[in-house]
Design a protein around this ligand. Structure first.
Ligand SMILES: [Zn+2]
Length: 254
């Protein structure tokens, strides 16, 4: 299995990071995509990926909630990293209208410019969309090309959102712990999402799946998400593992 979204460099893992990764590998989670959020966590992310080559794969990007007045400096930093090291994606990038609308113009600009960076570097993007599908679609409708691939991370949209994304024909949906929550509406949307459009993710340390909700999330919980998807789609967990892993390996070329 592959965890396509884990912030394992964050301070929540300072005391047992290596143990957390060993536990994930022991649970069948063999590869992890590690997205950065801004220049502040970049070194920690790179160290983790150097410590665990062939297991942890880095992505470089400026997260929408990290977009502030200094975003030009941050974007220049992302561009410089993309030119000097090798990454599996540009991410995480996107638009977040939930936490703050203060910098919405800057968020739009940062998102568009990072999509263009991904296009120049032939890399997929990892998109964070929170209360912002219409904002994101407005930009993608303008600049999307058949080579603009990526993942809608933590996808929790409606059927209409999914059908709109499917029109681009180049994106996968990152499904995480939310699918296991009681009262989640996501299972209804999942009915129309084929397994070939799904990759697995934790978003660790956040969004811990049932029955560990409320505790720190970690990549070893990926099988709980795979199991829930298997139940909902009437597949075996082995089939979910095989197809979502193939989806992730093709997308990130890992
Ligand atoms: Zn994230």
């Amino acid at each position: 299995m592959i965890d396509t979204h884990a912030h394992l460099y964050s301070k929540e893992f300072d005391t047992d990071r290596d143990e957390v990764i060993r536990r994930a590998v022991g649970n069948g989670v063999s590869k992890l995509i590690i997205p950065s959020t801004d220049a502040g966590d970049f070194d920690a992310m790179m160290k983790l990926c150097r410590d665990w080559p062939q297991v942890c794969f880095p992505a470089a990007g400026l997260h929408p909630t990290s977009v502030g007045e200094d975003y030009e400096t941050e974007l220049a930093f992302v561009e410089k990293q993309l030119d000097s090291c090798s990454f599996v994606a540009v991410g995480e990038i996107g638009i977040d209208c939930y936490w703050s609308m203060d910098c919405i113009a800057q968020q739009r600009d940062a998102f568009e410019r990072q999509i263009r960076m991904a296009q120049r570097h032939s890399l997929p993007v990892i998109i964070h969309a929170r209360d912002s599908f219409s904002e994101i679609f407005a930009i993608l409708d303008r600049i999307h090309t058949p080579d603009t691939k990526g993942v809608f991370h933590g996808f929790s949209g409606t059927r209409e959102d999914y059908l709109k994304i499917r029109e681009y024909d180049t994106f996968k949906m990152g499904i995480g712990g939310v699918i296991t929550f009681k009262n989640s509406k996501l299972p209804q949307t999942l009915e129309i999402i084929p397994i070939t459009d799904i990759v697995l993710e934790t978003d660790a340390p956040y969004l811990t799946p049932h029955p560990y909700r409320g505790k720190r999330n970690e990549s070893s919980h990926i099988p709980l998400i795979a199991q829930k998807i298997a139940e909902l789609k009437n597949l075996s967990i082995e089939e979910v593992d095989k197809i979502t892993s193939e989806n992730a390996e093709a997308m990130f070329r890992i």
